[in-house]
Structure formats: structure tokens, C-alpha cells
Write a protein that binds this ligand. Structure first.
Ligand code: 8X3
Length: 246
């Protein structure tokens, strides 16, 4: 069985590669940094194929994915994990370049990759798509309008994909994590590590492996079961921005 993971060079994507390798999936690892993908591939005990592209560029996505060797083309599981948050500010202060980056990556990128992979699943009449959404796709919070909107779009796309693809034997799982301690907040706050650390201070945040376990659970469900939508919060978290800190 073959799984393709976008955003595999760090965080949830990296952990998902480890979890799916444990399930004996051979893995197509996609990301923007070849050396990171190589480092990940080296420690996995399954066959791997690495692809470097930016999901925001449809031409590179299409070129990379149509170049897959024949024995890597029958993808069973697509994990649309690549995505990011850039900036956090009230709407009137938002940076247009940040908005573009979030909309291009989190929405268009997911669509471009899906466009390259899903037709093959339809022709094989089997497959499983796992879309990485966020609690932010279900609950909009202050200073996060565009990030939340991009993840709300992922929620809608997951629902739409399920409506269109169930008849073709394809399952769609939407996963909505809460506060996961990765470099997510460092990227969001443009490298401000102290500010990023505050996000995860005073409680046990989710770890990338917790989300990877959920992906593994969803793809391991019996043939007659679709895990459609899972929200995962840290135990100390009750809503997107409501966290009980010590
Ligand atoms: C990341 C979760 O709540 O920080 O998608 O937006 S949150």
C-alpha cells in the first residue's frame, strides 16, 4: 500500500510518515526541503520516494506528481497535510502577502495536489483522502480571520469530496486538531520563538504524534467504516482559544 503525505518535512506530516510506516505503508514524502525529506526517509523502514515541490505552485505540483514512477502511481492514501499560518492580527492590520500565502497553501495547495491524485483513485475505484483541517476551521477566533477561513474551506472541501467520491469507493477523513506543539506558531509569528512558546505554555499541548496516531486510526478502519471527521483537543483545551493553563 502506498501513502502520499504533503508537508512531510516537519511536524504533523513527519509524525504521520512515522505512523504510516509502522502500518507498513510505502511512502511518497512531499515537502519543500529535500534534505529534511532525506533525513526522514533514512529512518523509515519502508520504501520511500521523495518529491520536492511547493503546493502553492500548481505547475510544480502537477510536474512532480505526473513524474511518479509507475510503481508509485497507485496511491491508496493521500494525506493533505501541508499548510501554515502566517501572521495573527486584526483584519484591518492584516498583511495581504500573509493572506495570499495562507489561501494559496491551505486551500489552493490542497486542491492542486488532490487534482493530481484523485482522478487515479476514481479510476481504481478505491482510495482514502485525509485532509488536515483545524479547530480553527470550526471556530473562528479574533485576529485569525483569514487562517480560520482557510481551514473552514478545508472543512467544506472535505465534505464536498466525500459527497462526490463515496460512490467511487473513496473515503474522506477530515481531521481538526487543536493546539499542537510544532513549529506552527514560530512560523505564524515569523520566527518569534518567545511568542510562539507562550502558545504552548502552562499545559500539556498536543504533540504531532497524537495527530499522526489519529491518521493511522482513520486509515486502519474496517472497509465498511469511514471516520469522517475528528476534532482533537489537548486535554486542557475546551475550545480553539480556551485553554486551562496551570
Ligand atoms: C492550529 C490550531 O487553534 O492554533 O490550526 O488555530 S489553532
Amino acid at each position: 500500500m502506498i501513502a502520499l503525505i504533503t508537508g512531510a518535512s516537519s511536524g504533523i506530516g513527519w509524525a504521520t510518515a512515522e505512523a504510516l510506516a509502522k502500518l507498513k505503508y510505502n511512502l511518497i514524502l512531499c515537502g519543500r526541503r529535500q534534505e529534511k525529506l532525506d533525513e526522514l526517509a533514512k529512518q523509515l523502514s519502508v520504501d520511500t520516494h521523495t518529491l520536492v515541490f511547493d503546493v502553492r505552485n500548481n505547475e510544480s505540483v502537477a510536474t512532480a506528481l505526473t513524474s511518479l514512477p509507475e510503481n508509485w502511481q497507485s496511491i491508496d492514501v493521500l494525506v493533505n497535510n501541508a499548510g501554515n499560518a502566517y501572521g495573527m492580527s486584526p483584519i484591518q492590520d492584516g498583511d495581504v502577502a500573509d493572506w495570499d500565502a495562507m489561501i494559496d497553501g491551505n486551500i489552493q495547495g490542497l486542491l492542486y495536489v488532490s487534482k493530481a491524485i484523485v482522478p487515479g483513485m476514481v479510476s481504481r475505484q478505491r482510495g482514502h483522502i485525509v485532509n488536515m483541517s483545524s479547530i480553527a476551521g470550526k471556530q473562528t477566533y479574533a485576529n485569525g480571520a483569514v487562517y480560520c477561513a482557510s481551514k473552514a474551506a478545508v472543512e467544506a472541501i472535505s465534505t464536498g469530496m466525500r459527497l462526490d467520491l463515496t460512490q467511487h469507493g473513496i473515503k474522506v477523513t477530515n481531521i481538526a486538531p487543536g493546539a499542537v506543539e510544532t513549529d506552527f506558531s514560530t512560523v505564524r509569528f515569523k520566527g518569534d520563538k518567545a511568542r510562539a512558546a507562550q502558545v504552548y505554555a502552562g499545559f500539556d499541548a498536543l504533540q504531532a504524534a497524537d495527530i499522526a496516531d489519529t491518521v493511522a486510526y482513520a486509515v486502519s478502519a474496517p472497509a465498511h467504516v469511514t471516520i469522517a471527521d475528528i476534532t482533537i483537543l489537548a486535554a486542557a483545551q475546551s475550545a480553539a482559544t480556551t485553554i486551562h493553563r496551570k
